[in-house]
Design a protein around this ligand. Structure first.
Ligand code: PNS
Length: 160
């Protein structure tokens, strides 16, 4: 049986932390679909197409990984792609509140879906897309926290 997993998120933008979780997911899944959510209530910095493109560049060398966007319910997207595993990164215990709520809601919507939490490398545990955006907006150096293409895209978008 092919194990298909989905790693959903906003990825606004993808960071070295996300890349780390993708690599770790490949120990569990034969195929991983990185799913970029379009229907976010928050106004993203990057468009859905830009976020997908940056993910494709950042994950370019990995086989068994596909990047797609989705609109609507994650559980529907998972069903369409015959995935039974949802991957989420857990950085600090403070993430757990929101993450366990989402996992339980997704299980309510589809009992055949199992959420698996993965912990990133220790040196990446503080990293988030929102902090990267904030630092980049204030002209701080984020080059060690994101792929060079993302660093360039942030400069193009925000100046600097
Ligand atoms: O990176 P994020 O913003 O923490 O990711 C949140 C995301 C995209 C995984 C979540 O909002 C989601 O699954 N959105 C799709 C719509 C949906 O299914 N909502 C119900 C979630 S319980």
């Amino acid at each position: 049986m092919t194990r298909i997993a989905i790693y959903p998120g906003s990825f606004d933008p993808v960071t070295r932390g996300h890349e780390d979780i993708v690599r770790r997911s490949l120990y569990l899944a034969d195929e991983l679909i990185v799913a970029v959510a379009a229907n976010q209530e928050k106004e993203p910095l990057f468009t859905i197409d830009e976020r997908v493109e940056l993910l494709k560049i950042a994950l370019g060398d990995l086989s068994g990984v596909e990047v797609r966007s989705f609109d609507g319910l994650l559980t529907e997207f998972a069903r369409e792609h015959k995935a039974h595993i949802i991957i989420r990164g857990l950085r600090a215990f403070s993430d757990f509140d929101y993450e366990s709520q989402m996992a339980l809601m997704n299980r309510q919507l589809d009992p055949d879906l199992e959420t698996v939490f993965l912990v990133p490398a220790l040196h990446l545990t503080y990293l988030s897309s929102s902090l990267v955006r904030e630092v980049a907006r204030l002209r701080g150096d984020v080059s060690s926290l994101v792929h060079p293409a993302v660093d360039e895209a942030l400069r193009a978008k925000l100046g600097g």
